[in-house]
Ligand binder design. Sequence first.
Ligand code: SAH
Length: 347
Amino acid sequence: MIRLPISTPHVALTHPTDAAPQVVHGLLDQGARVTVVCEAADARMADLASRGLVTVATEVPGDAEVVLRCPAPTPAPVTLPRGTGRVTLVGGGPGDPGLLTLAGLEAVKSADVLVCDRLAPLGVLDEAPAHAEVIHVGKIPRGGFTPQERINAVLLEHALAGRHVVRLKGGDNFVFGRGGEEWNACVEAGVPVTVVPGVTSSVAAPALAGIPVTHRSVTQGFVVVSGHVGPDDGRSTTDWGALARTGLTIVVLMGVAELPMIAERLVEHGLAPDTPAASVADAGMPSMRVARATLADIAETAAEQGISAPAVTIIGATVHALAQQDALPRFSDGSAPSLTSAKERSA
Ligand code: SAH
């Protein structure tokens, strides 16, 4: 971990390498404001910039307090560790390292190979052993995409070579995380596999915005649904009419693009247009944004207020259940830090 000399500096990160996402997350976790200096941002940097986590510039900004050259990525291990390999599926939580479990951290500390997605808490890669190889896979909006079959093959290849492979994902691996497919691939290949459950964004994102997914006398449950395939898409197998009638809090993941159609169908199927709703983007990150409205207005309000993926939408009366909604600690200037940087700053 690169330790910063002053409390909340503006850091210019030059010559970004494959290690840049990890370095950026480590700096953000310490409360820094980061400008990435390069001629052309690659997909990963463009993704971080579009989420408001970094600024991209072609020259070092005049007000940068620290200029850092991005280190080279960790080289692949030369010698193979002895013994049987294995795979640990680790749920990393919504992005703040403070929301990774202790068991998850232990797994990271004992990894020979870490296979990570962009929504994983990449700052914790600093805790991995020096010899550990970090492999970035998964899907970056408008950028690289590693097919699931290839990810399975990478996990098996390293585990069969005797390494401890940690599959680090955002949230929980079994909630829209394809963890089940990875588990089955390991079992089929005779590779020992275990899972460390993670804090899923479907519960954590609402909580960080001051929204409980259940509340006594308000609702008797909640349902988590993917909005990736919208209600008008022939591939959708979700009964949106049934959802509208459940009386449960509805939590929609991967639903930014389809939100207008989802809201419209729920209203058509009888859910009151004035049902409270909220969208929470980049929960737990310094760029977290929350938009609140009614079901009828949430799509428009979310778009107006800059909600973009990754975001969770909550529909139901629990959106208004808490008296004090601002659950995330804030500094005197009103900024909302990540949980970890809040702890470090107040220490
Ligand atoms: N396994 C993950 C979900 C993966 S699907 C989990 O349990 O959280 C990816 C979706 O998760 C995103 O499109 C978004 O809906 C949600 N998501 C993940 N991280 C998020 C975050 N920090 N803030 C808001 N939504 C998030």
